[in-house]
Design a protein around this ligand. Structure first.
Ligand code: 13P
Length: 269
């Protein structure tokens, strides 16, 4: 999607705030209320915004967002791949759907690296999210070592194929894939816009291989890793970067709004 592409609703660039393990439900209330006061119709006319608080905040944020008509979609950071069962400590996808969650991050590198989430579980979780009518944000990305060894494309290909192979075309259409190079996460060292674009083009070509050009064109590819108000506009100005997955800069309303406005500025006609 290029910045001058006419924007229909499902194809607005998506700016997602992944809070990770930050903000209890009281802090969440303050942050989202602050965000709601600052967000102007113009900010969200051409950009879709989602926020992904910890599970314990979701009900509070849902009530606030619905009650005050704050124009953000509710998101989650993870879920289990089964609908119910003896899985102590886990949260089922249906529980998220009942809370009005629209987007679920699947296979974030922190889940993969710190909690042993393997490609098979990423694939089954992605299917579980779809089964419950929500939209997965599939995270892919290479480590510094893999990049240094020239392995970026092989890693992306492996992760995208493992997650999407065998999925019906109509389910692949409309997905969100986030390219998050691990070396850029929380380091203050974002990928260059050119590197983000190269990865986005590569991911889209993989999706086209699996599901055809139409489905690939409908997939939004986000970039994530040290995004802030300063670099947001440059990153989304790239034709294949259709949004941003934001960690640290999404925790405070003012900083997150800078990112949203950076993106909106690119897409405003
Ligand atoms: P930072 O924006 O803090 O680098 O985090 C990126 C990320 O992992 C979002 O999912």
């Amino acid at each position: 999607m290029t910045p001058d592409t006419p924007v229909d609703d499902a194809r607005r660039p998506l700016v997602s705030g992944n809070w990770k393990m930050h903000h209890d439900h009281i802090e969440a209330l303050h942050m989202v209320r602050d965000l709601g006061l600052r967000l102007k119709p113009d900010d969200v006319a051409s950009v879709e915004v989602s926020i992904h608080p910890p599970f314990t905040d979701l009900r509070t944020v849902q009530t606030l967002v619905e009650g005050e008509s704050i124009p953000v979609a509710l998101g989650a950071q993870h879920c289990h791949d089964q609908d119910r069962g003896a899985f102590t400590g886990e949260v089922a996808p249906g529980m998220l759907a009942r809370l009005g969650v629209r987007y679920v991050v699947v296979g974030h590198s922190e889940r993969r690296q710190l909690f042993g989430m393997a490609d098979e579980q990423v694939a089954s979780t992605l299917r579980a999210v779809l089964r419950h009518g929500m939209v997965p944000i599939l995270c892919v990305g290479e480590t510094q070592e893999q990049r240094d060894a020239g392995g970026t494309e092989a890693v992306l290909a492996g992760q995208v194929r493992a997650a999407l192979d065998g999925l019906p075309v109509d389910q692949i259409a409309g997905l969100v894939v986030a390219y998050e190079p691990i070396w850029a996460i929380g380091t203050g060292r974002a990928a260059t816009a050119v590197d983000a674009e190269d990865a986005a083009v590569f991911v889209r070509a993989l999706v086209a291989e699996l599901a055809g050009e139409d489905a690939a064109a409908s997939v939004r590819v986000q970039y994530g890793g040290s995004v802030n108000g300063e670099n947001a506009a440059e990153l989304v100005a790239e034709p294949d970067v259709d949004g941003l997955l934001v960690g640290g800069a999404s925790l405070e309303a003012a900083g997150f709004l800078d990112v949203v406005r950076g993106v909106a500025g690119c897409y405003r006609s």
